[in-house]
Design a protein around this ligand. Structure first.
Ligand SMILES: N[C@@H](CCC(=O)N[C@@H](CS)C(=O)NCC(=O)O)C(=O)O
Length: 219
């Protein structure tokens, strides 16, 4: 029997983008369900009653939540296709470490750039650039964080790259000037159809953020 795969997602989500890329890399056919996060569907609340967040992968009726866990699940279930995590346990642990680092550091710093002002805003800019510089060191001279092939860490970070335009426009800095290798890596990732098709247009993200700022009364 064919697998029934559904993805509850929201188009600007860097977390959802990871899952879209993983499914594309594995060649998995799925139904995409766009959620309105201001009016969450009964299906989302039923499938992710703990966090009530997207993305949620529903595989043959069973939900899997949290994007990095979903990507690892996809890698294990569709293991006959190109692997996303390294096979060596130490390298796998390292990849998980850096994905955890991205999750803990990048989202908050990026969000604060467009939600705060003054000192907090300046501090978040410094934090974000610091995180990207650290990741640039991890990338080193490799084509991808995964080496020669796109892997777990690449998927975790690349969704954020569609937000760089917003961060740098609102924060008044240039990611390319600060972190040229990260921008080179981002362009390399975008040459892959699995990535370019999964990522949202950075200008649309910027417009979306301006609308959110208006909605929440952030000037
Ligand atoms: N740690 C989660 C984060 C997911 C997340 O923050 N999703 C946001 C959209 S980007 C969401 O669903 N927000 C709705 C809410 O917080 O009510 C993951 O990796 O999946």
């Amino acid at each position: 029997m064919a697998d029934e795969v559904k993805l509850l997602d929201s188009w600007p989500s860097m977390f959802g983008m990871r899952v879209r890329i993983a499914l594309a890399e594995k060649g998995v056919a799925y139904e995409y369900v766009e959620e309105d996060l201001s009016n969450k569907s009964p299906l989302l609340l039923q499938m992710n009653p703990i966090h009530k967040k997207i993305p949620v992968l529903v595989h043959n009726g069973k939900p899997i939540c949290e994007s990095s866990i979903i990507v690892q699940y996809i890698d294990e279930v569709w293991s006959d296709k190109v692997p996303l995590l390294p096979s060596d346990p130490y390298e796998r642990a390292q990849a998980r470490f850096w994905v955890d680092f991205i999750d803990k550091k990048l989202y908050d710093a990026g969000r604060k750039i467009w939600t705060t002002k003054g000192e907090e805003h300046e501090a978040s800019k410094k934090d974000l650039i610091g995180v990207l510089k650290q990741l640039e060191e991890v990338l080193g001279e490799k084509a991808y964080f995964g080496g020669e092939c796109l892997g777990f860490v690449d998927l975790a970070l690349v969704g954020f790259s569609t937000w760089f335009h917003t961060y740098e426009t609102i924060g008044n800095f240039s990611t390319e000037a600060e972190c040229p290798k990260i921008v080179g890596w981002m362009k390399r990732c975008m040459q892959k159809e699995s990535v370019s098709k999964a990522l949202a247009d950075p200008k649309k993200i910027y417009d979306f953020v301006l609308q959110m700022k208006k909605k929440f009364g952030i000037d």
